[in-house]
Structure formats: structure tokens, C-alpha cells
Design a protein around this ligand. Structure first.
Ligand code: NDP
Length: 252
């Protein structure tokens, strides 16, 4: 995507990022802070979140709030309590990036382990839904709220061996579309399909792939910025490709 964001694109915006401890989410949190946002970091690993928060401050960004939330074990009540805690210092949210995700096993359907299947659904769908429900009141207080989910090319076209992960991403697309229709004029709701990107998750999905052939999280940030800033204000109910034209599958 060719997009030249204004340096102050996200000034006075408060943006929450899940899975902010690593990979694409970490890069998104750093990038949003560089463009002036105040960020709220969520993740399951305290040390990794603290390190991201420190980096943001070292770069001169606004000191972020960070909270641990394990999407694997979270309940609706835990998410409500977290939203309550966030609201003490954060009167509203202008953006939420649901980025955290679990890959599960890349094996045929008849070998998908039921417990791993349930974990993938819990992290990618149920936990993400509980958190969305809890954060919606804060998002609706913004005059230009943006709710962004993270999909995948296997969330639009099923592919052999992608089992629980693919099914969870189809569900994510559905959740986005339902919400987009429900909040048409109050909140924009979209998905990002990052496309193959150089992260730990990608390396475990494609262990033989040369990571140098992949875009880095930093390379795909223009779309992440665009969806959180005013330039996308009227867009809702859509899945955007961060790497349009890229063929799904292993990079040669
Ligand atoms: P990474 O594995 O690098 O990062 C995943 C992030 O999610 C980490 O911060 C991780 O935390 C967090 N996370 C995982 N499980 C939980 C949990 N139970 N509770 C809370 N946080 C959790 O993945 P990517 O950056 O590659 O992926 C980011 C998103 O993009 C995912 O939704 C993925 O499905 C999607 N995607 C990625 C593609 C790619 O090529 N990389 C392609 C298409 C989609 P921790 O640091 O503790 O592990």
C-alpha cells in the first residue's frame, strides 16, 4: 500500500493493541506511538510488554499503559474487569487493534487435535469477542472510533491443513461484518490481512521458508496507520490486504 501518513496522524488518539509484545502487534504499537498516539498495550507476557513500553518511552513517545491478559484463559468477567481498569486512566479508546493470534497445528482435519482446536478458537475468536464486548463502550465514546481485527488469506479461502486457524479467521471476518453493520454510523469496523510477514508465527507455519523473502512487520505498517487515522474515516465492513497482489503461500 502506498500511503504517506502525516507525522501527526494519530496525535490525541488512544489506541489499544493486543499481542503488543511481539511480531506485527509490537511493531504496530511502536508505530502508532511514533505517529503521536497514546497506546495501551495488551499481551500475556509481562516482561515483553514492559520492554515494548520502555522502547516507546526511549523513542520519545507517550508513556504507554500496559496490562497482561491471557486470551487463552480469559472469561467475559476478566475482560470486563480489565476494561474497568483501563477506563480509570483512559476515558475513551479511538482505536482497538485485535492482533493477538494463535496458529495451532498445520495438519489435515483428521489430525487436528481437539484440545489445540479449542485453544485456537478461544484465543482467536472467543477471547477476542469477550474483549470486544468489554471495550465497545470505551470505543463508542470516541468521535471517530476504529475497530480492527486481524484476518488471513486462509480466512477468505479455505486451504488444506490450515484447520482451526483458517476456521477461526473465517469467524473473525464474520465477527467484523456483523459489527460493521450494527455500528454503521458510530464506529468503523474492518479487518487487515497482513499477508506473509516475517514473524515467529510465520516461521513456525513455514519452517523451510527463507525469512528474507518476506516483508517485515515495519513494511506493512502503512495500512495499519491508515485504518487508525482519519483518512479511513468512512470505510467500514471491509477486509484490507496489507500486501495487495501477494500470492498466498510460501515465498519463493
Ligand atoms: P506472533 O506469533 O509473532 O505474535 C503473536 C502475538 O499474539 C504475540 O504478541 C503473542 O504473545 C500474542 N498472543 C498469542 N497468544 C496469546 C494469548 N493467549 N493471549 C494473549 N496474547 C497472545 O504472530 P504475528 O505477529 O505473525 O501475527 C499477528 C497477527 O497476524 C495474528 O492474528 C496472525 O494470525 C495474523 N497473521 C500473520 C501473518 C504472518 O505472516 N505473520 C499472516 C496472516 C495473518 P507472546 O509475545 O506472549 O507470544
Amino acid at each position: 500500500m502506498h500511503y504517506q501518513p502525516q507525522r501527526e496522524l494519530l496525535q490525541n488518539r488512544i489506541i489499544l493493541v493486543t499481542g503488543a509484545s511481539d511480531g506485527i502487534g509490537r511493531e504496530a504499537a511502536l508505530t502508532y506511538a511514533r505517529y503521536g498516539a497514546s497506546v495501551v498495550l495488551l499481551g500475556r507476557n509481562e516482561d515483553k510488554l514492559r520492554a515494548v513500553a520502555q522502547q516507546i518511552q526511549q523513542e520519545g513517545g507517550i508513556a504507554p499503559q500496559w496490562f497482561t491478559l491471557d486470551l487463552l484463559t480469559c472469561t467475559p468477567e476478566i475482560c470486563q474487569q480489565l476494561a474497568q481498569k483501563i477506563s480509570i486512566h483512559t476515558p475513551h479508546l479511538d482505536g482497538v487493534l485485535h492482533n493477538a493470534g494463535l496458529l495451532g497445528d498445520v495438519v489435515p482435519m483428521d489430525q487436528q487435535k481437539p484440545d489445540v482446536w479449542q485453544d485456537v478458537m478461544q484465543v482467536n475468536v472467543n477471547g477476542t469477542f469477550f474483549l470486544t464486548q468489554a471495550l465497545l463502550p470505551l470505543l463508542l465514546k470516541s468521535d471517530s472510533g476504529s475497530l480492527v481485527f486481524t484476518s488471513s488469506s486462509v480466512g477468505q479461502q479455505g486451504r488444506a491443513n490450515w484447520g482451526a486457524y483458517a476456521v477461526s479467521k473465517f469467524a473473525t471476518e464474520g465477527m467484523m461484518q456483523v459489527l460493521a453493520e450494527e455500528y454503521q454510523s458510530q464506529l468503523r469496523v474492518n479487518c487487515i490481512n497482513p499477508g506473509g510477514t516475517r514473524t515467529g508465527m510465520r516461521a513456525s507455519a513455514f519452517p523451510t521458508e527463507d525469512p528474507q523473502k518476506l516483508k517485515t512487520p515495519a513494511d506493512i505498517m502503512p495500512l495499519y496507520l491508515w485504518l487508525m487515522g482519519d483518512d479511513s474515516r468512512r470505510k467500514t465492513g471491509t477486509t484490507f490486504d496489507a500486501q495487495p497482489g501477494r500470492k498466498p503461500g510460501i515465498s519463493q
